[in-house]
Design a protein around this ligand. Sequence first.
Ligand code: AMP
Length: 428
Amino acid sequence: MSKPDRIKAPRGTFDVLGEQSAARAILEDRARTILEGAGYERIETPAFEATELFARGVGESTDIVRKEMYTFADASGRSLTLRPEGTAPVCRAYVEHGMHKQRQPVRLWYLSSFFRHERAQAGRYRQFSQLGAEALGAEDPAVDAESICLLAALLDELSVASVRLRLSSLGSLAARQEYRERLQAHLRAHSEHLSAEVRERIELNPLRAFDSEHPGTRAALQTAPRLLDFLSAEDAEHFAEVRARLDAAGVAYAIDPTLVRGLDYYTRTVFEFTSDRLGAQSGVGGGGRYDGLVEQLGGPPTPGIGWAAGIERILLAGAPPHPAPAPVDLFVAYEPARDDGREPARRHAPAEAFALLSEARTAGLTAQMELAGRSLKGQLGYANALDARYVAILGAGETVLKDMLGASQETVASDAVVHAVLRGLRSL
Ligand code: AMP
């Protein structure tokens, strides 16, 4: 029979191993401290949702819905989609659980996996993790500023290098409609200079032209009308108040009228944090206000604002936190049985070693034991590599307890080993 082929992880996905996994745990811990300290509660939503949620919530004209979703029919023929983003699911949960009846704003955070069928490259994956925070039920500009400040604090805490903040306002949906028509007219008038993709989307999603890298498109946009000039007096006032609060908090930003972001639900404040460390995929995190979204999903009129930041990009652009290895109080070693020529040598660890391991753990010690049949020298080398504080060597009739820090050893009765280790640790 031929050797079976090796099966690889799908393109655009990756395994999280060892140090990376520890660095993520630290990141999650810091995020929890910052966000829960500010009144956010953790939420977990399902990995898949009804496709309709994203079609309606994220918008039919967006790249995500048009070409990036992992959509499938389940056994009963229902169309489901692996979540490509977190805001629509959080709003769905807000409506489903009647959270509008709670004290507002309801503030929720998440750290989960998301799925988009994108062109895989460094910093762009098909399954990735996002940390997100959403505040629903308040339209006060202080909520916008607080949301932005929390992400700024988190990126700072995680030492993400060369961070810049771009900020803009998209105004309310009504003002955007008027602007959309003006922009469409401008793009039509310059259509021969535009990329084919932008030209095709003049009717469907003209604002996405601002995300194009195409030189002709960029040149045509130089003279395009600017959304910031179309804000209603109320929206302009809201934007000014957000800026004043960011100024008061000492958060630096650049106003960028071309910042549109790729999702249909945004209104008023939008923002994006980039890092020069990241090359082409420079976005670390971003978000904005989505005052119509909850209503669009069947809930009561509810303002909302939030952001999502990519964990992989934070780790790429930051100084990954150095995980401290878990301490090992006791390593249980044993004298391998000698082959005396009559019976085959024992290859497995003796039951006494396992009994001591269990006793140590029950007593609250962190303990490991030899599991790979190494020589005694090999076992001591391994215990050393684990940075074990004590090593118990079970021999015939007696146990030698080595203090790896004090470089001393004593012979102890086997039922006194745990006690001796506890006493030694306490005397530190
Ligand atoms: P978005 O929901 O597109 O605004 O993305 C928010 C953040 O998630 C981005 O700034 C990235 O850090 C991260 N992100 C989005 N898409 C991907 C992806 N395909 N791979 C890795 N990170 C991503």
